[in-house]
Design a protein around this ligand. Structure first.
Ligand code: AMP
Length: 397
């Protein structure tokens, strides 16, 4: 495929092109260039793409076009791992489908059934759902899947991580065999290919990931520090950095709450996003972070994947992520759509194995930095030795 294709050349129709104009998109991203023509032809695909690559539009645009007119029968099902991603995918479908009359229904858990049931009764052309709630509503006979023509499985690696494999398999079996299936995953490993083997038909693999698997526009650095000084260093970094908005990632919900309290005592506005907060609280946190009410968001990994928040200038990892892929997802929160971003990781000596695993995945070392003016109790270790072959390479699934 020629790199300079326009959306029109990819075969998209006038109503979709008009919506794209409103969005201000001028050039298709690599995953869009490759996936859109195949999806328009009705092919099954495995899309290897992280969030931030334009993958949502890659599947939403051709699917909207293929669905055409409103019928009220559910002809497209999009399965996603989290409520946040469900909301985001819906926003995308709505924007791109602005000039179509297709109805879209969002189904996720943690909220009442009333609105969702009423919407289903009115007839949903497209359902965007998390697995648990969808199966609940199917069990109560509120959802029919026997008209599904396009099944989209988004962030399948994440669904497997969260233990949804049985639910996802069951849902795939509830859809007609004669259908188009689009599978998207940030990593394409054996467990993903195993699903593809029985769920997809002669799929084309679309892989636009480059050798260096993190966004080129993100500058990322390691800040070595003893663990008991991480808190001081975090606050010092917040103090010394010109950020517009920053996500601080923590390993546990407890850490997230604790760090939020610390940051509250500074001049920064701060909110928290983790799984123990109610749906309303999570919604308020995200909305507030997106609209600038909060400059800092402290989050566990739940926020790391899938969320599309524009204009994040900085990501700070309070801990080195223990799964190397999570590092890529986390720093991928910044530097989106060619904007500049920076990511800092606080690294204490006990996290050496995790850091080595990340550097092996990236196939390079990450620059070590020292914060000038910060009173280190011990001189930080700045060496950048790459790992011995025996250190863990990937997460166990
Ligand atoms: P995604 O990978 O689907 O999460 O998309 C990442 C971001 O890129 C979203 O904010 C999209 O609105 C935006 N985006 C998607 N496609 C394009 C494009 N062709 N040009 C500019 N921005 C885009």
């Amino acid at each position: 495929m020629n790199n300079s294709s326009t959306f029109q050349e990819l075969g998209l129709s006038a109503p979709i092109l008009r919506a794209l104009e409103t969005c201000g998109y001028t050039t298709p991203t690599p995953i869009q260039q490759q996936a859109i023509p195949l999806i328009l032809q009705g092919r099954d695909i495995i899309g290897a793409a992280q969030t931030g690559t334009g993958k949502t539009a890659a599947f939403a645009l051709p699917t909207l076009q293929r669905l055409g007119q409103h019928t009220g029968l559910t002809r497209c099902l999009v399965l996603v791992p989290t409520r946040e991603l469900a909301i985001q995918v819906e926003e995308n479908f709505k924007r791109y489908g602005e000039h179509s009359r297709l109805s879209i229904t969002l189904l996720y858990g943690g909220v009442g059934y009333g609105t969702q049931k009423r919407e289903l009764e009115r007839g949903a052309d497209i359902i965007i759902a998390t697995p648990g709630r969808l199966l609940d509503l199917w069990g109560q006979r509120n959802v029919r899947l026997d008209n599904v023509q396009v099944l989209i499985l988004d962030e399948v690696d994440r669904m497997l991580d969260l233990g949804f494999i049985e639910d996802v398999s069951r849902i795939i079996h509830l859809c007609p065999r004669e259908r188009q299936t689009l599978l998207f995953s940030a990593t394409v490993e054996k467990s993903i290919l195993n699903i593809a083997k029985w769920a997809l038909r002669d799929p084309e693999i679309v892989d636009t990931r480059s050798g260096v698997k993190s966004a080129d526009t993100v500058a990322h650095y390691i800040y070595p520090v003893e663990s008991y000084q991480k808190y001081d260093l975090l606050l010092a970094l917040l103090e010394h950095t010109h950020f517009k908005s920053v996500i601080v990632f923590t390993r546990t919900k407890h850490d997230a709450d604790r760090i939020t309290e610390w940051v509250e005592s500074t001049r920064h506005t701060v909110t928290t996003l983790h799984a123990d907060r109610t749906q309303a609280e999570r919604g308020e946190a995200l909305a507030g972070f997106k609209n600038g009410k909060y400059a800092v968001m402290v989050a566990t990994d739940i926020a790391a994947r899938g969320l599309d928040i524009r204009g994040i200038t900085h990501v700070i990892n309070y801990n080195v992520p223990s799964h190397p892929e999570d590092y890529i997802h986390r720093i991928g929160r910044t530097g989106r759509a060619s904007e500049e971003g920076e990511a800092f990781t606080l690294f204490s000596p006990d996290e050496m194995l995790s850091l080595q695993a990340i550097e092996r995945l990236l196939e390079r070392t990450i620059e070590r930095r020292k914060l000038e003016g910060f009173k280190y109790r011990f001189e930080p270790h700045m060496s950048t030795t790459l790992a011995p072959a025996s250190a863990p390479r990937r997460r166990n699934r």
